[in-house]
Design a protein around this ligand. Structure first.
Ligand SMILES: Nc1ncnc2c1ncn2[C@@H]1O[C@H](COP(=O)(O)OP(=O)(O)OP(=O)(O)O)[C@@H](O)[C@H]1O
Ligand SMILES: [Mg+2]
Length: 303
C-alpha cells in the first residue's frame, strides 16, 4: 500500500515551545488514521503542518507524494480540512458558505451550486441551505464544515475533533459519513478525545504526548499490547476489599474512589468479590483503548 503521508523527524517549534518533537509517521493510502493525546500534545500542530497551514520547522514531510515545504499549493488542492475551531463565515447562508469556498478551489460557478447541494444532502443539511450560518446549532455547523471540506473531492481528509460537542445522534451521523468516505478510498486523518470513536473508526492510530508519539498500531494491537485483558472496577471499595486484593498480589490501582483490579479472569474475580464483600457498584469488563491511553499518558490534567 503506498503511503499518503510520510514524516521523518518532523518538528515544529513556536518560539520557545516545542510543539512537535521529531516524530516519524507513515499513513497508508485509504486508511483512517487517528491521533489521540492529551490537550497540548501536538495533534493539531501536526495536522496543520500536513495541510500546509503551519510551516515545518525541520524534518521531512511528504503528503500525497509531495514535499509540503515546496508543494503546499498542490497538497492543499487535494486535501479537505475540518479544523478544530469552526471558521465558517457567519455573514453568509449555509449554501453560500459552500459556494464561496468552492470558488477558492477553482470550482466553476455553474458547478459550485450543484456540488454544494449534493454535499448538503450528504450531511443532511439540505433543509438549512438558505438559513444563515449563525442560526445553526453546534452540531449542524460541524456537519457544514465537513461538507465544506469535501468540496474539492479531496484524496486526503483531515478531521480535527470533528465530533467534539455533538450529541450522540449527530456523532453517529458523522461516523457513518466518515466510514462512507473511507469505503470510497479517501485517506482520513482524525483527532479525537473520544476513545470509542477512535476504536470504531481508525484502522491505526498514534497516541501523542508532550510533542512525541508514544505508540502506533491498530486499536486491537494497542489494547493487546498495553492494556490488561480484563478489568474489574469497584466504586467506593470497602477497606477490607482493598486489603484482600493487595494481600493476593493482584495488580490494582486505587484512583479517587475507584479500585481498578487487573485479574486473569474478570468473571471469576467478580464472583469471588461479590461472595465475600458488600459492594454497591462493580463492573467486570475487557481492557479498552481508554485504559491504554491513561496507562501511557497518566491521569494528571495538562496545563
Ligand atoms: N500558534 C501557536 N503559537 C504558540 N504556541 C502554540 C501555537 N499553537 C499551539 N501551540 C502550543 O503547541 C502545543 C501543542 O498544541 P496543539 O494545538 O498542537 O495541541 P493538541 O494536541 O491539538 O491539543 P488539544 O487536544 O487541546 O486540541 C501546545 O503547548 C500549544 O500551547
Ligand atoms: Mg488540537
Amino acid at each position: 500500500m503506498p503511503a499518503a503521508i510520510v514524516a521523518r523527524s518532523l518538528t515544529k517549534r513556536y518560539r520557545d515551545q516545542l510543539a512537535v518533537d521529531a516524530i516519524d509517521l507513515e499513513v497508508r493510502e485509504g486508511e483512517c488514521f487517528g491521533f489521540l493525546g492529551p490537550n497540548g500534545a501536538g495533534k493539531s500542530t501536526t495536522m496543520k503542518m500536513v495541510y500546509g497551514f503551519s510551516p515545518v520547522t525541520s524534518g521531512v514531510l511528504e503528503v500525497l507524494g509531495l514535499d509540503v515545504r515546496t508543494r503546499a499549493r498542490e497538497v492543499k488542492a487535494q486535501t479537505g480540512v475540518c479544523p478544530q475551531e469552526d471558521n465558517l463565515d457567519p455573514d453568509f447562508t449555509v449554501r453560500r458558505n459552500l459556494e464561496v469556498y468552492a470558488r477558492y478551489f477553482g470550482v466553476a460557478a455553474a458547478e459550485a451550486r450543484p456540488r454544494a447541494d449534493e454535499l448538503l444532502a450528504f450531511v443532511a443539511l439540505q433543509e438549512k441551505a438558505d438559513a444563515p450560518v449563525m442560526s445553526l446549532s453546534g452540531g449542524m455547523k460541524r456537519r457544514l464544515v465537513l461538507a465544506r471540506a469535501l468540496l474539492n473531492r479531496p484524496k486526503l481528509l483531515i478531521l480535527d475533533e470533528p465530533t467534539t460537542g455533538l450529541d450522540p445522534q449527530a456523532r453517529h451521523v458523522l461516523w457513518d459519513k466518515v466510514r462512507d468516505l473511507r469505503r470510497r478510498g479517501t485517506t482520513i486523518l482524525l483527532t479525537t478525545h473520544y476513545m470509542d470513536e477512535a476504536a470504531q473508526l481508525c484502522d491505526r492510530l498514534v497516541i501523542m504526548d508532550k510533542a512525541k508519539i508514544l505508540v502506533c498500531g491498530s486499536p486491537a494491537e494497542l489494547i493487546a499490547e498495553h492494556a490488561r485483558p480484563s478489568v474489574v472496577e469497584v466504586w467506593q471499595p470497602p477497606d477490607a476489599l482493598v486489603t484482600w486484593v493487595r494481600a493476593r498480589n493482584l495488580p490494582c490501582e486505587l484512583v479517587s474512589e475507584r479500585l481498578f483490579i487487573y485479574p486473569e479472569s474478570g468473571d471469576t474475580l467478580q464472583r469471588e468479590i461479590l461472595g465475600r464483600f458488600q459492594v454497591d457498584q462493580l463492573i467486570a469488563r475487557r481492557g479498552t483503548l481508554e485504559d491504554v491511553f491513561l496507562r501511557l499518558t497518566g491521569r494528571d490534567l495538562r496545563d
